[in-house]
Each structure stands twice: as C-alpha cells, then as structure tokens.
Design a protein around this ligand. Structure first.
Ligand SMILES: Nc1nc2c(ncn2[C@@H]2O[C@H](COP(=O)(O)OP(=O)(O)O)[C@@H](O)[C@H]2O)c(=O)[nH]1
Ligand SMILES: [Mg+2]
Length: 327
C-alpha cells in the first residue's frame, strides 16, 4: 500500500516558493536520515529540477548582484515533486509518498475565482502548508502583499478542520537578518525578523491559535536563506509597467552557493508527518495489533529523532504546538 501525504507551498509570486521547495529537497541526502531508521527515494522529476535550479542559482552568484529575474523562473503551472519514505531495508515501493506541490504565485492574489478555488483545494488537501515570506520587503518596506489573501483562504478552508495540520511560516531572503548570537535578545539569530513576522501575520496567527484550531494546528516560524552568500542592497521596480519593488542582493562571495537553514522546515514537516501517520495507523483494532507487533515503532521513533534535531535550531519560533507533534 502506498499512501500519499500532501504538502504545499502557499504564497504570492516572487516570495520564494519554488526556491524554498528546491532548497529543502536538495537537503535530502542519506546523511539527513542517518540517525533514523528511515530510507527515502526522490523521483526523477524532482532530482532533475533540483539540479537545474541549483545550477541557475550558482550561475546568478557568479555576477556581482542577484536580482529577482536572475534566479528561478516564475512557475507557470502546478508542479509536483515526490518523496518516498519507508523503513530502512523495506522493499520498494516505499509505503509513504510525500507529494510536494508548487503553484503559480499569481493564483493567490489575482482575484480570479477559478485560480483561488485551486488554491483552496490545495490548502484543504495539504497536511502541511509552507508559507514563504519575502523578508526583505517585510523588514525594509514594511510590506507584505499576501497576508490578506492568505487569511481569507485559511479562514475559509480551516473553519471546520477536524484533522491535524502543520503550518510553517518560512521567511525567505533572510540573509541580512541572521546575526550570530549575542548577549541581548535582539542579538539572537533572526530575532527581529521573527518578531516582525509575528507582528505582520498577527491576524493569521490569531486565527490559527484560536480555540477551535488549537487542538489540530501546529505553527512554526522558521527562516531560510536559499542563497546564503549575498546581502540585501536595495530595491528595484520589478518592470517598467509595475510599481512593485523587488529586492536586489549583492554577492558577498562570488560563485559560492551557501544556503542556510533550508533543512529546518523539512525536519519539522517530516517529524510531524511521521507522528501523524503513526497515530493514524495505530487506530482501531487492526491498529492495536499492528502496534503490538512493533511494525509501527519506526514511525514514532523516527519522528522523535527528527524532533531532537529541531531542539538545536536557534532562531526558530514554535508559535503553537498542538500536542500531537513530537517537537
Ligand atoms: N537572497 C535570497 N534571494 C532569494 C531567496 N529565496 C528566493 N530568492 C530570490 O527570489 C526570487 C524568486 O524566488 P522564487 O522561488 O522563484 O519565488 P516564487 O515565485 O514564490 O516561486 C529568486 O529568483 C531569488 O532571486 C533567499 O533565501 N535569499
Ligand atoms: Mg515559483
């Protein structure tokens, strides 16, 4: 039996959805699972995309500056990446298929009913939502183009939620806001950025932590740097016809692709999914038998092992832990 679990990135155009997915999956090397009893298989589409996109990112770091148009191309259609997961040594196909979905960013904010309905379906069917946030625009311009649309979709889809979900707010382009830890609170890694996200996303957080959702929804803020070796320099108009300002980064180390903290959202989401699958598979009489036989132990044990990694993550904020997770 192969069970599909959906994970979606959700956000406006240019916030970093594709970069976030690619950089997370790029971390899936054998060493990531070395302390667990898990094996994984990544599909060829995802592998090819990761290699292609990584090449583009390295190329754009060869120049002095990185602009929005230098990196990943805008996503034109729904794209899916598959990650198989199962117990180490188990025969293929692996029992769990994690399906990561990327969507054209315009769909969230265009106002087109069909596109919005696609987004709502994605949200309804996804166990995990990753919401990338453009940290540069948020911090420097106090601007976030997606908050309203996100709140409207979430309040609509999550109002009668009856199963566990994880929402990861992932501030991207966060190179400038990472500080090595110092003596004051404000010198903690990403402290100001995480505070700003809590402030700007207050209505969304208030909704997700409301009484009716508390039991089912976990919320984490986990900043990511997909390029690493660059610093925010200034803002440019995205094109002549638009007043939209997009960040331009100066490369600090030519050609050095040094993503930071891209593994963190992945660790949280896998820990969550494994625990959730353990809970689901343990239900009922058959679940009790399976549990007694020990065949499900690896799910919960691996979830706990991954959550141990989360303990060392500085600059991550667990806004709400619904108690159904191991972290
Ligand atoms: N410096 C920096 N730039 C980033 C980061 N993530 C994304 N970007 C930039 O933002 C652009 C848009 O990202 P993309 O993933 O295509 O956004 P999407 O439209 O939401 O899928 C990329 O081409 C990069 O130039 C990051 O973590 N750091
Ligand atoms: Mg994209």
């Amino acid at each position: 039996m192969n069970k599909t679990i959906n994970v979606s990135v959700l956000g406006a155009a240019g916030v970093g959805k594709t970069s976030c997915l690619i950089s997370m999956l790029d971390n899936l090397k054998t060493s990531f699972f070395e302390n667990t009893n898990l094996q994984f298989a990544i599909d060829s589409t995802a592998r090819k995309l990761i290699i292609d996109e990584r090449k583009k990112l390295v190329n754009c770091l060869e120049k002095g500056t990185v602009e929005h148009s230098n990196g990943i191309r805008p996503t034109a259609k729904i794209t899916k990446y598959h990650l198989g997961l199962g117990k180490r040594g188990e025969k293929f196909p692996l029992p769990y298929n994690i399906e990561f979905t990327d969507h054209p960013g315009g769909w969230l904010t265009s106002g087109n009913v069909n596109e919005l309905n696609h987004i709502k379906d994605l949200v309804a069917n996804s166990k995990v939502l990753i919401i990338p946030i453009d940290s540069a625009s948020l911090m420097e311009l106090d601007n976030d183009v997606q908050v309203k649309s996100l709140l409207s979709v979430l309040t609509d889809v999550y109002s009668n939620l009856s199963d566990p979900r994880l929402v990861i707010l992932a501030p991207m382009k966060s190179e400038k806001y990472f500080v090595a830890e110092g003596p004051n609170m404000s010198n903690r890694p990403y402290y100001e950025l995480v505070k700003k996200v809590q402030d700007k996303y207050e209505n969304i957080i208030t909704f997700l932590t409301s009484k009716s959702l508390k039991r089912n929804v976990s919320v984490v803020i986990s900043p990511v740097q997909t390029l690493g070796s660059c610093k925010l320099m200034y803002f440019n108009s995205s094109d002549e016809s638009s007043s939209k300002e997009v960040p331009v980064f100066v490369v600090t180390q030519r050609g050095v692709y040094a993503p930071q903290h891209t593994e963190r959202p992945l660790t949280y989401l896998l820990s969550f999914i494994l625990k959730n699958q353990y809970d689901i598979a343990s239900q009922g009489f058959r679940g009790m038998i399976r549990n007694l036989s020990g065949e499900l132990n690896y799910l919960n044990a691996s979830s706990e092992e991954l959550s141990q990694l989360c303990m060392d993550y500085e600059g991550v904020k667990i806004v709400q832990n619904s108690g159904i997770t191991n972290f």
